[in-house]
Design a protein around this ligand. Sequence first.
Ligand code: UDP
Length: 334
Amino acid sequence: MVTGGAGYVGSVIGRYLLDTGHEVTVLDDLSTGHADAVPSGARFVQADIRAAGATLASGIDAVVHCAAKSLVAESVAKPELYWDNNVGGSLALLEAMRAHDVRRIVFSSTAATYGEPTSVPIVEADPPAPTNPYGASKLAVDHILTSYAAAHLFAAVSLRYFNVAGALLPGEPGAGTSGQTLGERHTVETHLIPIALQVAAGQRDSLQVYGTDYPTPDGTCIRDYIHVLDLADAHARALDWTAGQAGRHLICNLGSGAGSSVREVLTTSREVTGRDLKVLETGHRPGDPAVLIASNERAGTELGWTPSRDLTAMVRDAWRFQQSIGELAGPASR
Ligand code: UDP
């Protein structure tokens, strides 16, 4: 069962699992997901994660838990939504899993659990210090999973995503044979790559670069970008890992181990699209650390995972996706 399987990351994971021989049930309330993103061939249940019991009773053996609220600014303005949905909802899901003796789970955690890093690359043993309720809510679930593994013999993996980008496009290696096109389609878009591509597509006039005076080589923030198909591959491996690991909770970063600055992302976006991007250099976005880079050694050792797609592939696939939905998306605003 993939919760949030109508969202960006969840739909690609569901598609990938189907294409690698799993049976998939998607549970999604469609509060932010899209019905047409549910992977074809998956069983679809439109329901809240608090109402997963009946679905869990129908032969589910493991859960990939992606359903969550995930907007940092919203979490600062409305923390109650994040504690209620991300923590309360996850706890209800885990209790339903326990009641139905489904004890394998792969959880969408985040680099936001670390907050401002003390050093990079960030390793999983670094102290978590989230700087917003979104990151704190994800960290709380990581802690809950540790205790459920110990007390209730769950086998759990928390995958701490760094910056996910790219799309699943028919014909690309690893995209399977479904012909489905899946990518990032948020009503409120805050991420750099989709915003840059909306500018390239003429759906936005310009984009803001949040700060050019960071202590980095070109003065802009550095992030660790990872292709959504590499991310999906990590989930498939994590699911395999949970078989036979009752009582263990594994936490793994998912990143490339290298960083790209905002300016580098914009250069790649110009190269891929062949279009100029109007850029406004503005002040810092509150809460943005200068550099976030993952150590991905543990994912390599424990899951045998290494990412294989670079920033150009991410921007190229995101651009093709953007073009495929361009006429549906209409003008974007922020
Ligand atoms: N960013 C930017 N302009 C935008 C959106 C993002 O300059 O319109 C910067 C942001 O400050 C950060 C990087 O791009 O340094 C990646 O931001 P994003 O929101 O994509 O991911 P985050 O790292 O916040 O999860």
